[in-house]
Design a protein around this ligand. Structure first.
Ligand code: MN
Length: 265
């Protein structure tokens, strides 16, 4: 697609700005989290497995996604079916590299345009998370694949109890382990002012949703918001590797026909 033809048939353009960061935390020897933040792919992978295997699993996961032609920089035609194929490719890469000794979670968004409409294609496997702050409301979009999530769904414990439950770190789905490797997907139209947060459980294990909401609402620049989130997680104990990506979307106003737009002339 070139910009010349876009000018004659205007599309609802939008711009993304984003920031990202990761920290080993205060008690882990290694950082087994990995991330990718190259438009159109924004994702966090949290590796598990000893002797650096978790690190290999999460790094291979994001590297495989980043190398798929369907997800190449600037390509915004991803579908859930295509993305699941990429995720299965990552799964088999990890299994052949680690022999099933290691696994990784994966959560994030792929930016996709269908019929000129931009979408967040949200993906998740495991217990890293994708949230959306939209119209002043912070919602967790992904649903954890974890034992405590199953207990919450069954009504056995509350969401608050899940945050301190002894088995809160047990994931029920991961890539590379030879178990179930299907991801869940959500397709959300991008709204003006949307802010996406993608993070590993080292962030959500330390900060409540309310705490993250306050930071995301008050810190304007995505990179500053990421830095503040990670800093707060470390202040709260930093018991796990902490990784966060914040992506902001701004819908471009095409011309003066746009409602609410006033030219200064
Ligand atoms: Mn973790």
């Amino acid at each position: 697609m070139n910009t010349q033809s876009a000018a004659t048939a205007p599309e609802p353009g939008f711009t993304l700005s984003y920031g990202y960061g990761t920290d080993r935390g205060l008690s882990r020897e290694l950082n087994e989290d990995s991330l990718i933040a190259v438009d159109p792919v924004f994702a966090v992978a949290d590796g598990m497995g000893g002797h650096e295997a978790g690190e290999i699993a999460s790094a291979l996961c994001v590297r495989t996604l980043g190398s798929m032609p369907q997800l190449a920089a600037g390509v915004r035609s991803a579908t859930a079916v295509g993305l699941q194929k990429c995720i299965l490719a990552a799964d088999s890469q990890i299994r052949s590299a680690t022999g099933g000794r290691a696994g990784t979670t994966l959560s994030g968004v792929v930016v996709a345009e269908h019929m000129g409409v931009p979408y967040w294609l949200v993906m998740n496997i495991g217990d890293s998370r994708t949230y959306r702050l939209s119209a002043g409301d912070l919602r967790q979009i992904s649903v954890d694949h974890s034992e405590v999530q199953e207990l919450v769904d069954a009504g056995s414990i509350t969401r608050e109890e899940a945050t301190v439950h002894p088995r809160r770190h047990v994931v029920t789905r991961a890539l590379g382990t030879g178990g179930e490797n299907e991801a869940d997907f959500w397709l959300l139209p991008i709204q003006e002012g949307d802010r996406i947060l993608i993070c590993s459980d080292g962030l959500t294990g330390e900060l409540s949703d309310e705490h993250m909401f306050r930071i995301l609402c008050t810190v304007e620049k995505p990179q500053d918001a990421v830095d503040a989130l990670i800093q707060e997680a470390l202040l709260s104990g930093g018991r796990d590797n902490v990784t966060a990506i914040v992506v902001d979307a701004r819908i471009a106003q095409n011309d003066a026909e746009e409602a609410g737009t006033r030219s200064s002339q």
